[in-house]
Design a protein around this ligand. Structure first.
Ligand code: AMP
Ligand code: TRP
Length: 339
């Protein structure tokens, strides 16, 4: 059989489950905008169906979906050049997910660390949707034959599962239909850590608001959170190696590097040896400079929710034009009459 060559296509998703953080921005949104500027066809999804795998208040979910869309646009995504839409408006995702539920194995799903983390001690009480979450994510990606998926480090295992599903489907049905998708995890900030604990990921769902910078924080709040970020008493080390055993210092240097588009080595050449009393104000100024305008633009966009709804509906229509024929072909391969 001849190898099908898939044209490059970028797909990624973010859950509308509350505050967008600096982690989302540096690990995802900022890099999406860079891909778009490199002229790669890109599709970005507000994954509302993933969000409800844990309880979401309906009114808050709708607002969070619009705010996420505003976050994409404020971070530089152009809804005319990239496709921006919410998952539930394109039913092909869930239709494809069912097929993948039948391809993926229980054992594969049981190994997913995100499920184990989110389900906690009481896994019996987790929703079935939370368990099946990665199969829906594989459907998000493969229903567009996406070849590249930019994500933060925490999503690596899910992308590997997506590859396993594509390979098993192709093998089981004797086709070369789905691409084997590559994760794109690069840059200094693929894993931005909590400002209160350098061993924990910065997360929307952390109970402490001081642990994260939200894209909706104003300049004073951003500066205060950086000033109060946990550090050790030593000054910054002279070089990168010295960051090894100092997670909080390393995190702040990584954030500085990512925000200023420099490598960690470049930042250390400039900042090495400085006490935090000098480094933190520089970082605070940089963060305010880069993040506060996003926050301002998001609140401007949120004043016209009807316009955001139009953008999402238009994105969904364009997404569907790509997804529908790929789903149809999948159904044909599987043997569904009428496909
Ligand atoms: P989520 O908010 O879990 O839907 O994540 C959306 C995107 O942001 C994914 O690509 C994540 O990998 C990325 N992301 C979330 N938190 C972080 C973080 N602390 N550091 C880097 N990337 C992150
Ligand atoms: N699981 C991802 C997260 O929590 C969100 C997501 C859903 C996603 N579908 C996707 C990311 C498809 C990339 C591609 O961050």
């Amino acid at each position: 059989m001849s190898e099908v060559v898939h044209t490059p296509r970028v797909f990624s998703g973010i859950q509308p489950s509350g505050n967008l953080t600096l982690g989302n921005y540096l690990g995802a949104l900022k890099r999406f905008a860079q891909a778009q500027d490199n002229g790669i066809s890109s599709i970005y999804c507000m994954v509302d169906l993933h969000a409800i795998t844990v309880w979401q208040d309906p009114a808050k979910l709708a607002n969070a979906t619009r705010e996420l869309c505003a976050g994409f646009i404020a971070s530089g995504l152009d809804p005319a050049r990239s496709i921006l839409f919410n998952q539930s408006q394109v039913p092909e995702h869930t239709q494809m997910a069912w097929v993948f539920n039948c391809v993926a194995r229980m054992g594969w799903m049981q190994r997913m660390t995100q499920f184990k983390d989110k389900a906690g001690k009481n896994a019996q009480n987790a929703s079935l949707g939370l368990f099946a979450y990665p199969a829906l994510m594989a459907a998000d990606i493969l229903t567009y034959h996406a070849t590249h998926v930019p994500v933060g480090e925490d999503q690596k295992q899910h992308i590997e599962l997506t590859r396993d599903i594509a390979i098993k489907f192709n093998n089981d049905y004797g086709v070369d239909f789905f691409p084997v998708t590559a994760p794109v995890i690069e840059g200094a900030a693929t894993r931005v850590m909590s400002l209160r604990d350098g061993s924990k990921k910065m997360s929307k769902s952390d109970p402490s608001d001081m642990s994260r910078i939200n894209l909706t924080d104003d300049a004073d709040t951003i500066a205060k959170k950086i000033r109060k970020a946990k550090t050790d008493p030593e000054p910054l080390p002279e070089d990168i190696d010295g960051l090894e055993a100092r997670p909080e210092a390393r995190n702040l240097v990584n954030i500085y590097a990512a925000l200023s588009d420099q490598s960690v080595a470049q930042v250390m050449a400039e900042m090495g040896g400085k006490p935090f009393s000098e480094f933190k104000p520089l970082l605070a100024d940089l963060a305010v400079d880069k993040i506060a305008p996003i926050s301002t633009e998001m609140s401007r966009l949120m004043q016209d929710p009807a316009e955001i709804d139009r953008i999402l509906a238009n994105g969904a229509e364009r997404a569907r034009a790509i997804a529908a024929p790929i789903l149809k072909e999948t159904y044909k391969i599987v043997g569904m009459v009428g496909a």
